[in-house]
Design a binder for this molecule. Structure first.
Ligand SMILES: Nc1nc2c(ncn2[C@@H]2O[C@H](COP(=O)(O)OP(=O)(O)OP(=O)(O)O)[C@@H](O)[C@H]2O)c(=O)[nH]1
Ligand SMILES: [Mg+2]
Ligand SMILES: [Zn+2]
Length: 224
């Protein structure tokens, strides 16, 4: 009798891909622009979302989906800003998938939202493998993590359309080589947009918010 081998990983990603395509259609029919924000634990995802809410909520209706293994710590911070938010607890899973986002969207109510920001689970590895129906994959690398990370965790750097280099206020206290880092990333992903920022001081956020705003407007135009 022959042994049957099942490629579970390929199968899981295939199922996720078709759910993500469905999500994308729903987002497009609502003219809702979606950002999948990915980074290692503590890189500054929630701090960045809070800053973007300050900069963009006057112009756009925003919703947030928070993904964490456990707790509602992050979603409470978003709620304090009077922004609609849904917390996903993955109960051990180290990334979000399209199935979780489908469930979260019915809790959030996407009608009338111009922008949904999804904070992925803190993890520099597998979140990059799972499409969530998003328009943009945006990643954060914070300065204290070190400039060698693109070489060690290449997928997220090659999959993302934008990279925030956060905590630049801490650069003087580290050996982070900004020039070398940007050179390495550009060689891996020539079209990536890079934004040196500090979610603490607000440095770089004006350019970032302008860029995101332009992307939302351009998307809305393509949807008629
Ligand atoms: N100095 C400095 N600290 C920052 C900056 N951005 C975030 N932090 C701090 O870094 C810590 C982690 O920030 P969070 O925004 O919670 O990071 P996160 O990526 O959402 O973390 P998880 O959700 O736990 O994965 C907090 O103490 C923030 O105040 C920054 O630009 N500069
Ligand atoms: Mg967070
Ligand atoms: Zn994972």
């Amino acid at each position: 009798m022959s042994v049957k081998t099942i490629n579970v990983n390929k199968d899981i990603l295939g199922v996720n891909e078709s759910l993500a395509l469905n999500l994308r259609k729903v987002f497009e029919s609502n003219k809702t622009f979606v950002i999948n924000l990915m980074a290692a634990p503590g890189a500054g995802k929630t701090s960045t979302i809070l800053k973007l809410i300050e900069d963009l909520s006057g112009k756009f209706s925003i919703g947030v989906i928070e993904g964490d293994i456990a707790s509602d710590v992050d979603s409470r911070k978003i709620q304090e800003k009077n922004i609609d938010v849904v917390q996903i607890n993955t109960d051990g899973a180290c990334h979000l998938d399209a199935n979780m986002i489908t469930a979260a969207c019915s809790g959030l109510g996407i009608e009338g939202k111009d922008l949904i920001i999804i904070e992925n689970v803190g993890n520099l590895v597998c979140p990059a493998e799972f499409n969530l129906g998003e328009n943009l994959k945006v990643m954060i690398l914070s300065v204290p993590e070190g400039h060698d990370k693109p070489l060690k965790y290449p997928l997220m750097f090659t999959e993302s359309q934008a990279l925030l280099i956060n905590k630049v206020d801490l650069a003087p206290y580290t050996d982070f080589d900004m020039e070398q880092f940007q050179k390495t990333v550009k060689a891996m992903n020539p079209s990536i947009e890079m934004f040196p920022v500090s979610a603490k001081t607000g440095e770089g956020f004006e350019q970032l918010a302008t860029w995101i705003g332009e992307r939302i407007q351009a998307f809305k135009k393509t949807q008629g």
